[in-house]
Design a protein around this ligand. Structure first.
Ligand code: ATP
Ligand code: MG
Length: 361
């Protein structure tokens, strides 16, 4: 009997999001084919994004969340196009899904791949590997504040943008990160804040971190200010294992991590609803890159690695490991897209990964 397929909602959305999700789908279909019927993926594509906005005045269908609710996972491309203000496209689609499905944990691994020159230029680059865990539901992106407050400052308009930190929100993401740290060879968790300058929310975070750490005596801990952590990413990355930070700080640090690894185009991510009440969402970290969209030269590795995180989420651990190996084999063989200094097209990189999948582990 053929088992039920994993049902995946694909939302390619804008720009190179469409190219890289097509690449990721092709790779996962190859993974399923190699399984000889042990499992399958069933894709449903949703045409939401900036083109949809031009036609309908909204980024996704009004009942979009209801349409997505029963899928096993969401595979997302990228959102944003010059014709739509960024805050409208982002809140109207990607953040609507993250918040609507309570995807409060965002995981962004930083991997150094063979065959790629990192700006770090360390001799043993390819051994570097750490995970950024990002609080994904509150903090600096809580959307609290306003403009046109009736107040004037220095003769001009005033805007207020507040951060929200709750004890429950801090505790659940910190525990989530400790649980990951516990599974790794190096059992270490670094907590990042700016609690010397932001004395309410970030101090609450630090207090919760200290309290929760008592439940994980087997995990080494440190609390580091975000500016110092940015320097540490560059100067002592070999000391990192799992890094947990608030929404904005982790967003910036994970972009720094992927740039150190060679390109934003490499970075993968997962937005989890850890309770599994709603589907989780897997997406590359990069945006829609209007400057190169439609040319077939975008780097699909971030999207393909995100599909690998989806495999893990489905419990297909061996397949996820084989896919990670195929990605490493691809870059080691010098099949590199333009952002990594090579000349391979999106399709050529994708096909190389699929070839290396077949070679097996
Ligand atoms: P967002 O606001 O959605 O984060 P952004 O404008 O900050 O998007 P991106 O579009 O993510 O930035 O990327 C910035 C630049 O990096 C792009 O314009 C592109 O040149 C390059 N880039 C990003 N991702 C890729 C990729 N997958 N392949 C090749 N180049 C990429
Ligand atoms: Mg960006």
């Amino acid at each position: 009997m053929t088992p039920q397929p994993f049902r995946i909602a694909a939302i390619p959305a804008d720009g190179i999001g469409q190219e890289v999700t097509a690449a990721g789908q092709k790779v996962l279909d190859a993974v399923a084919k190699n399984s000889d019927g042990a499992f399958a993926f069933e894709w449903t594509e949703f045409p939401w994004g900036s083109d949809y906005y031009a036609e309908h005045g909204v980024m996704m269908a009004d009942d979009g969340l209801d349409q997505l609710r029963d899928f096993d996972a969401i595979y997302f491309g990228a959102v944003g196009w010059p014709s739509v203000p960024d805050h409208i496209s982002l809140w109207g689609l990607r953040l609507a899904i993250c918040q609507g499905f309570d995807q409060w944990a965002n995981v962004r691994p930083v991997h150094f791949l063979p065959g790629i020159t990192s700006p770090l230029r360390k001799a043993d680059d390819t051994k570097l590997e750490w995970i950024v865990v990002r609080e994904n539901s509150e903090g600096e992106y809580a959307g609290l504040g306003g403009r046109n407050l009736g107040a004037r400052g220095h003769g001009g308009e005033v805007a207020v943008q507040s951060s929200l930190f709750t004890e429950v929100g801090c505790e659940r993401i910190i525990r989530f990160a400790f649980d990951i740290a516990r599974t790794r060879d190096r059992r270490k968790l670094s907590s990042v804040t700016k609690s010397n300058a932001q004395q309410y929310g970030m101090v609450l975070w630090d207090d919760v971190f200290k309290r929760v750490a008592k439940d994980y005596p087997d995990v080494e801990t440190e609390s580091v200010l975000v500016d110092a952590m940015a320097a540490k990413f560059v100067l002592k990355p070999e000391e990192l294992s799992v890094v947990v930070a608030s929404n904005l700080n982790a967003d910036i640090l994970s972009d720094l991590g992927s740039a150190l690894a060679g390109s934003l185009g490499l970075a993968s991510s997962a937005n989890y609803n850890p309770e599994r009440r709603f589907p989780s969402m897997f997406e590359p970290v990069h945006g829609s890159a209007p400057d190169i969209a439609g040319q077939g030269i975008s780097n699909p590795i971030g999207a393909i690695a995100s599909a690998g995180l989806m495999l893990e989420h489905f419990g297909l651990t061996a397949e996820a490991e084989n896919l990670a190996r195929a990605i490493r084999a691809t870059t080691a063989a010098g099949v590199l897209p333009r952002d990594l200094g090579g000349s391979a097209t999106t399709d050529e990189v994708t096909d190389a990964v699929i070839e290396f999948l077949k070679i097996g582990s």
